[in-house]
Design a protein around this ligand. Sequence first.
Ligand code: SF4
Ligand code: SF4
Length: 345
Amino acid sequence: MPLASAERQVAAVAAVDLSEAPHGGDFGRALSACGAEPLRSGAVEILQINLGKLCNMTCRHCHVDAGPDRADEVMDRATVDACLAALDRTEVHTVDLTGGAPELNPSFRYLVDAAVLRGKHVIDRCNLTVLLSAGQRDLPEWLARRGVEVVASLPHWRRRGTDAQRGDGTFQRSLEALRGLNGAGYGQGDPRRRLTLVANPVGAFLPVNQAAMEREWKEGLRREHGLVFDRLLVLNNMPISRFLEWLEASGNLASYLELLVNSFNPATLAGLMCKSTLSVSWDGRIFDCDFNQMLELPARSTGGTPLHVRDVSPQTIGTRTIVTGRHCFGCTAGAGSSCGGAIES
Ligand code: SF4
Ligand code: SF4
């Protein structure tokens, strides 16, 4: 697809005329207006490792452009070992595994075991349906024994919203996977079996209140399917990759960007995930966040150079300037959005 090129995506978003919008639609100017330019990182607490673009699904909103055809872009064992060595050189307390479907990486269980052995909190960002794939049926129990938090994406607790975004039949398969997780003890208040669901709007609008949505989802899933989970995180859709393609194709790009810029909320800046998270791509390159990774905007070391995970140390990554762009309005709109959900509750 034409938008598969990161350069083309950045150009498509930059080309929208937002001169009449606040700060001219320029994220740097928005930061300056509240005295926050340049955006700087704090200590790195979370290493988010993208294990590759291979996925069993091809969702319409995917910012990774992941799918079954991306089998060549998967993290190898040497890079996994470099990530583990980086953990030993830093004060990172959480290892956040994402993809694609991270479980499809042949080194997934090796990495989880090694991170747990180091006393790290491990998160598996799971699309649910992968748990029904060949060789993965035992995964809920396996993860539960290691105290891994499962952060599972489900666009909506009703069938229509989920299938519209992820394909027909996804909702039923997601329910089956949730049953397996509940059966392994997930979602019932045990901090070593925490089940977090992640939702994002099915369209070009911002999510409503996260706490209210959580109440509705808990009630709906319990009442209609007998399923439970611990918490719901709500994310804004980012104007990147397939969601950007959809915005362009549906004629919603300009209005969605205007919405993001008009909804700029300075109170979200302190909680942006790029302030405390470092993102590693499948080939070991370092980014300030997963979105910058998809846009090929590498993080700069304190010395101003791009970094590989082999080079990560408190000296190279300590308070660095974060690389930002117009897409960053996606993280600061409304209640804000990060891998931990809404920033302002
Ligand atoms: S959104 Fe998640 S599950 Fe869907 S294609 Fe992308 S990585 Fe796979
Ligand atoms: S996209 Fe979001 S997380 Fe990434 S650098 Fe911009 S504001 Fe930070």
